[in-house]
Design a protein around this ligand. Sequence first.
Ligand code: DGL
Length: 274
Amino acid sequence: MTADKPIGVFDSGIGGLTVARQLRRALPHEDLVYLGDTARVPYGTKSPATVIRFAREDTQFLLRQGVKAVVVACNTASAWALPALEQGFQLPVFGVILPGVRAALRRTRAGRIGVIGTTATIRSQAYSRGLLSRSDTVSVLAKACPLLVPLVEEGWMRHPVTLAVLREYLRPLRRRRIDTLILGCTHYPLLKPALRAVLGPGVALVDSAESCARYVRERLAHLGLLSARRRSGALHSFVTDEPERFAERARQFLGGVVEPARKVELAPWTGGVR
Ligand code: DGL
């Protein structure tokens, strides 16, 4: 039965496990197949054409694993490649941008919304456009924060250096007195305590992983694709580089034990797989 097939999730690397974590929370009975393209991470510094090519190859791989839907956990890939994936593959594809946009519009009071993400995500203006096309009253200030991914990968979630970097990046957003901040990158949910410390309690933090998981649940229900099984879902992970390095750090992103990942080679996108 299609509804009992797993949900595919891909990211440029390990960060998408923050989305897998929220999916497990929102959909505890669903099996997940996770692909981290660890050989080619980061996507956030790459050109749109490259990100789209990688995203197609990632989706093609997941499709070949027999998934019923694909979640693009990577904000950069969601920002640039979602239309290409929706066009190129005949299965439901969900990104993180739209759910984040909707959550931010629900949360904002004063209508001043900040967005942070990788250089490529901010360059795409995907969040800004999404927000401004759905509301006439909000103003958006987007800021690329390229140093944050390496700091999180280093495990420096509350390190003074990270706090100093955050203060610097967030200065223009604080000056504009944003009341809502979209965390537009897979790694940023791990920075919530540090963001809180810098921004204070008055700014709502929109975790795009959390809003994405709720959105996926809503859409799968609508499509009649929720599994009726009642056992706990499994998580099978694949990576494109050494599984050992993934295993070392995966726990922190997933918030739980991760079974060893398998290394795979991704085939070039043929354009023929549906
Ligand atoms: N996963 C990416 C994102 O959410 C961050 C890491 C990268 O640059 O690949 O944009």
